[in-house]
Design a protein around this ligand. Structure first.
Ligand SMILES: CC(C)(COP(=O)(O)OP(=O)(O)OC[C@H]1O[C@@H](n2cnc3c(N)ncnc32)[C@H](O)[C@@H]1OP(=O)(O)O)[C@@H](O)C(=O)NCCC(=O)NCCS
Length: 439
């Protein structure tokens, strides 16, 4: 299988590099950690390694060294669409090289072979109470699939150096099933449809998803799905969902357990929910003014939001200091495909006005838009208007990056994570000692 072959070729050299770092340079200091970081969510503590993606504060995400515009340009496109094949992106994340069209299609074919979902998973989903949150259903379904983990089944007979092969099998089996699962949950929860779904091997990942979601404009939505899954795939290792997957995987839990943990982290309002909050804010503006407001009205509305003690969703970022290139890519998509849509025009006006308001307020370190400033608007345009489903979409995309990281973590033999804790008193003592040293 193509991904197996390509990773196996690279492994000896990567293992040598890791070995040198762990054995010969283990004492080299990377950075120092402040009290502020210890009590502040470990922000910016440099304690993780990944070669899959890197968030440059001045530029945004790079996948395997490539910026978003470079990725969108270089990857082979889906037949009949303008966006890349998702299989090509998975190849890039896993292998670190831009695939040929044939290589990207090989990944797509692997997915098509593995996309079957066992009956008991459908049964379990159907038996859940109607009001269950779609993220709960999604995470439960992933966990239910753990029965078929190759890694778990082979664990006792495998040597450590081949863990990654079983991890890759699980990752392909899992990612293959996610569009089906997500679309089934969507149709079941909001439309009461419980018929089993089928993945079509003649269609790519994006088109399969669009067809199963049954949106009216399948072709346009397939392109958006491809773009959306690609843009949401990875954002370094430190974000909550990626880190949850990494931590869980480090105990040698299999990809199903680990990805279910990642989804549970994504479900939190501080992580995967911001896109729906942003869309809700846009819709509130639209409703209040009966359409797209004037620049002045919007300026005042933005200030009212801030003065009422709320944040303006979709703006600001913990790491980035420029407009998120994932925002820019989606805005370009919208302007190319449906520039006259009122919500797109409104999102564009917000982009003109809000950074100025945030700059005047002077608090946000980054007054520019993040990925969430537009992503809900695009789903809304295609008729996917059930806000609580948006995190599921994010989850399908996020699986691509976190499973690539998971496979490489097993390949390079990353150990179980175990940071050290202190008591509050110990921390206070450290502060007192530091003060004494200064005086
Ligand atoms: C993304 C976010 C959580 C980053 O937080 P952060 O790293 O603490 O951001 P900053 O360091 O720039 O925050 C400094 C101050 O500016 C404020 N600020 C940042 N973004 C803001 C926004 N969009 N609207 C209003 N105030 C904002 C913060 O609340 C903070 O205020 P405080 O000092 O009173 O606590 C923050 O920008 C935010 O809440 N944005 C809106 C929600 C959102 O879009 N979330 C999706 C993130 S991908």
């Amino acid at each position: 299988m193509i991904l197996h072959e390509k990773i196996a070729e690279q492994l000896p050299a990567w293992r040598e590099r890791m070995k040198a770092l762990a054995k010969e340079h283990a004492d080299v200091v990377v950075d120092h950690v402040t009290v502020g970081q210890v009590v502040g969510g470990m922000r910016d503590v440099k304690a993780l390694v990944t070669d899959i993606s890197y968030v440059d504060p001045a530029e945004g995400i790079r996948f395997r060294g490539m910026s978003i515009p470079e990725v969108l340009k270089a990857l082979p496109k889906a037949r009949g669409g303008k966006m890349p094949l998702v299989g090509g992106l998975y190849y890039l994340l896993m292998v670190g090289e831009v695939p040929t069209r044939e290589q990207a299609l090989e990944v797509e074919a692997e997915w098509a072979r593995r996309a079957e979902i066992p009956d008991y998973v459908y049964k379990m989903l159907k038996s859940m109470p109607k009001e269950t949150h779609p993220m709960t259903l999604f995470s439960q379904a992933v966990l239910a699939l753990q029965n078929s983990s190759v890694f778990a089944a082979k664990y006792h007979e495998m040597k450590k150096d081949v863990y990654w092969e079983a991890a890759l099998e699980d990752s392909l089996n899992l990612t293959a099933k996610l569009p089906l699962l997500a679309a089934f949950i969507y149709r079941m929860k909001y439309f009461g449809e419980t018929k089993k779904m089928k993945y079509n091997p003649r269609q790519d990942y994006g088109m399969n998803f669009a067809r199963m979601m049954k949106v009216e404009d399948k072709k346009g939505y397939a392109d958006l799905a491809r773009l959306y899954f690609i843009l949401h795939s990875d954002h370094e290792s430190g974000n909550a969902s990626a880190h949850a997957m990494h931590l869980t995987g480090s105990t040698l839990s299999d990809a199903y357990y680990a990805f279910s943990a990642a989804l549970n982290a994504l479900a939190g309002p501080l992580h995967g929910l911001a896109n729906q909050e942003c869309l809700a804010w846009l819709l509130d503006v639209y409703k209040k003014f009966g359409g797209v407001p004037s620049r002045d009205d919007l300026y005042k509305y933005a200030w009212d939001t801030l003065n009422s003690g709320h944040v303006i969703p979709g703006y600001g970022h913990a790491v980035l200091r420029v407009p998120d290139p994932r925002f820019t890519a989606q805005m370009e998509f919208a302007k190319k495909n449906f520039p006259q849509d009122d919500l797109v025009r409104l999102a564009d006006l917000v982009f003109e006005v809000v950074p100025q308001v945030l700059r005047e307020q002077g608090k946000a370190k980054n007054p520019a838009p993040n990925v969430d400033a537009i992503s809900g608007t695009l789903q809304y345009y295609y008729g996917v208007r059930e806000f609580d489903f948006y995190t599921v979409l994010f989850g399908v995309g996020r699986a691509l990056g976190v499973t690539a990281n998971y496979v490489w973590a097993r390949a390079l033999g990353w150990p179980i994570e175990r940071p050290k804790s202190l008591t509050t008193k110990m921390l206070e003592d450290i502060v007192a000692k530091a003060k004494q040293a200064v005086n």
